[in-house]
Write a protein that binds this ligand. Sequence first.
Ligand code: NDP
Length: 288
Amino acid sequence: MAAIILEGKPLAERLRNEIAEQTAAFTARTGVTPCLAAVLVGDDPASQVYVRNKQKACEKAGIRSQMHHLSAATTTSELLGLIARLNGDASVHGILVQLPLPKGCNEKQVLDAVTPLKDVDAFHPENVGLLMQGRPRFLPCTPHGCLQFLLSAGVETRGAEVVIVGRSDIVGKPLAAMLIQKGRGGDATVTVCHSRTRDLAQVTRRADILVVAIGRPQFVTGAMVKPGATVIDVGINRVDGRLVGDVDFDSAAAVAGAITPVPGGVGLLTVTMLLKNTLTAAELQTAG
Ligand code: NDP
């Protein structure tokens, strides 16, 4: 069996066009141009590329972007000062702190300082709580991107057995919270696995939908996939100068019914959902 490849590019393009249209309508109605402020600390080349891609995507969607690039020597309190200024700046609607921060910075403290209405990554405890209760203000970008693949490919989540490998606050936990909600794109039976899971392959082989976000290159092989399953590979790993996912694409694609590629998969959707959240943030702040 050869799996259908769920390409991120056409899906991201369609959604970005929709967001651009909604942004243009919002700006025409209110005179306000949504604005995303990106905070980048240090000189990590991958982080620089991610932030640049996010800024380019903003421009194309009619969203303004600001870049605050600080040296790796920046202290937590300097960073908190910048976040406070951005929180108070009415022309900024979304604040993105590119992770990881350098070792000396207190990541939790910095992320918690972003005012919840501008927290377009949906990392703030208030936004996480709203998500858990099924009344999200913002959907977290990467999990929302995963969900978009399932919705656009017509993969039914209701009653489906979903296995998520990885329990991070950025991907695994919020995705589980989304998939167990009632309604469209939810109603799934979700199992979350991690490094302490016993007999991982036995669990993953149960999955109608298997999502992998562990940061281990090509870790999940075809032998761990149920025939016909939908496989969403969140992983981004650089191996010998090449990007690969957490799933061994060739062996998994031979067994799965559908699979996302890396590159060209979830990453494109993560950026797209950030645009959506920035527009939502501008709408909420303008309405308020
Ligand atoms: P984290 O390092 O925060 O979390 C990794 C998770 O995987 C942990 O829960 C860990 O378990 C689990 N894990 C690690 N090894 C194993 C194993 N051998 N078996 C089972 N579980 C394991 O990673 P992130 O969630 O931040 O990122 C995961 C991957 O997704 C990375 O490759 C990252 O680059 C990518 N990513 C991609 C994005 C995109 O837009 N496409 C966005 C964000 C991340 P434990 O908790 O027990 O340690």
